[in-house]
Design a binder for this molecule. Sequence first.
Ligand code: ADP
Ligand code: MG
Length: 222
Amino acid sequence: MPGPPPRRLSLEDFRPRTLDEVLGQAPAVARLRRILTGVRNGTVVPPHLLLHGPPGVGKTAAARAFGREALGENFEANFSELKAFDDRSHQSLPGIIMNSRTRPLGGAPFRILFFDEVEALAPDAQNDLRPAMEGEGGWSVYILACNDLGAMAKALQSRCTLLEFTPVDLADMRRIVTAALAKTPFRLDPAVLESIVERANGVPREAIKLLLEEGGAQPYPA
Ligand SMILES: Nc1ncnc2c1ncn2[C@@H]1O[C@H](COP(=O)(O)OP(=O)(O)O)[C@@H](O)[C@H]1O
Ligand SMILES: [Mg+2]
């Protein structure tokens, strides 16, 4: 009898879970690891972070992986993710800020508020974050991510450790595509794999899309 039909793959299936899986961003990842070591030693609360760089190169993935590793079992209860252009988070900004002054849940040493695509916040709203980032107690760590550093209020930049994300080089892109391929049932001709690596133009998200396109167009392997 034939088994159940194979599950369909989507971009979600390739999300890095750990910092180890964020490839081609060595300086930023090394810095995040150094911060994690201090957190694990119990000596420091992480600084606020600002991750910047072009779309699709791993900022969101790195922020979540960092959060998971920094908070451990407290991750679910103390990591909140907000998208700046999401109306709800816009409206609730004052509430979020109020909340960030309270103790984290479950006895965690700090919580993480991850603001993705933060340049989409109007300059006023960006400024609203300032007092929160100066907040007393050190209970709330902000991670901000943006594509365009130029659109970020200088006052916010100056309160954060800046981590630059860049397009990845061909060797790292090859590792990314090879690792992603291993999570699929696809068998790709090495020449096709190489063309994906090149066509992705330094953007891993693009490479994964191309992989799904090329692999998905093949006859399903027996
Ligand atoms: N540096 C990377 N290493 C491994 N996979 C990556 C990397 N960057 C992006 N990806 C892949 O592309 C997807 C989208 O990346 P994302 O973190 O959302 O990029 P950004 O936030 O910079 O726009 C990830 O879920 C992952 O599958
Ligand atoms: Mg992102």
